[in-house]
Design a protein around this ligand. Structure first.
Ligand code: ZN
Length: 256
């Protein structure tokens, strides 16, 4: 804790003083382009690994970089996603997993968590798709390799969860948002990004819009609604079932 207090003083005396203008500008409001969803792990620092400045990333962090599917939880994740898209108009959403993730290890032995960490057990239900993919498709994998695969499959499953949000779906439809699945390899200091064309994680050297909706032919614009041309028969009671003369007679009733 002493180190943190020392850090606070250092921040105020050095970094803040040197960047006072930036902070004054930031105090007026934020305008980030990117929603960055990553793990709470102390070794993952979104601003550090992307070398981004104050105000550039809107960040959600939780155990396992999970995105509860729309409507499945009343937690802060959904609210933060909604706010980032609707109020801040972010253009990119990055889900970033990392090597050696404790949440992925927990997911692989989820049943063991029930007694000791019941809340973590519950939370990991949002990664059930990941667990199922692993159980049914990677039965021969073990140890570190399985954790790496869990991390990779999990960011893709969480991207799918993101797509359940009406706002995300709508912005994908208008091509005004792009989704990215990243993995941070801690020991290499390397970021790998999922390439939807080759279905592989490749070094994220070039920013590319990945995981957008596939291009497809939009249907022809809907024809303008037919203008309703009222004619006498349509206004008369019984029109359709009666002849025009009959309907007219009944409509006029006895006043005739
Ligand atoms: Zn983690």
């Amino acid at each position: 804790m002493e180190n943190l207090i020392k850090g606070l003083h250092q921040f105020q005396e050095q970094y803040f003083s040197a960047n006072r203008e930036l902070f004054e500008q930031m105090a007026k409001g934020q305008n980030p382009d990117v929603l960055f969803i990553t793990c709470s792990d102390s070794r993952v620092d979104p601003n550090l690994i992307t070398q981004s400045k104050l105000g550039q990333l809107f960040v959600i962090r939780n155990a396992g970089n999970l995105v509860p599917p729309y409507g499945s939880a009343n937690g802060g994740e959904g609210a933060a996603i909604e706010y980032a898209i609707q109020a801040l108009n972010v253009k990119h959403i990055i889900v970033c997993g990392h090597s050696g993730c404790g949440a992925m290890k927990g997911l692989l032995n989820r049943q063991k968590l029930i007694d000791q960490m019941p809340l973590v057990y519950e939370w990991l239900a949002h990664a059930e798709s990941t667990r199922r993919v692993l159980v049914e498709n990677y039965a021969n994998c073990r140890g570190e390799q399985l954790i790496d695969i869990a991390t990779a499959e999990n960011v893709l499953c969480q991207i799918e969860n993101l797509r359940t949000y009406p706002l995300v779906r709508s912005r994908l439809h208008s091509h005004s948002i792009a989704l990215h699945a990243w993995i941070f390899e801690i020991d290499e200091g390397e970021i790998y990004a999922y390439d939807a064309k080759t279905h592989k994680f490749i070094p994220a050297d070039e920013p590319q819009p990945l995981l957008e909706l596939p291009e497809y032919q939009m249907p022809e614009p809907c024809p303008a609604p037919k203008r309703f041309e009222p004619h006498q028969e349509a206004h008369l009671p019984g029109a359709g079932r009666l002849s025009a003369t009959q309907a007219d007679r009944i409509f006029r009733g006895t006043s005739r």
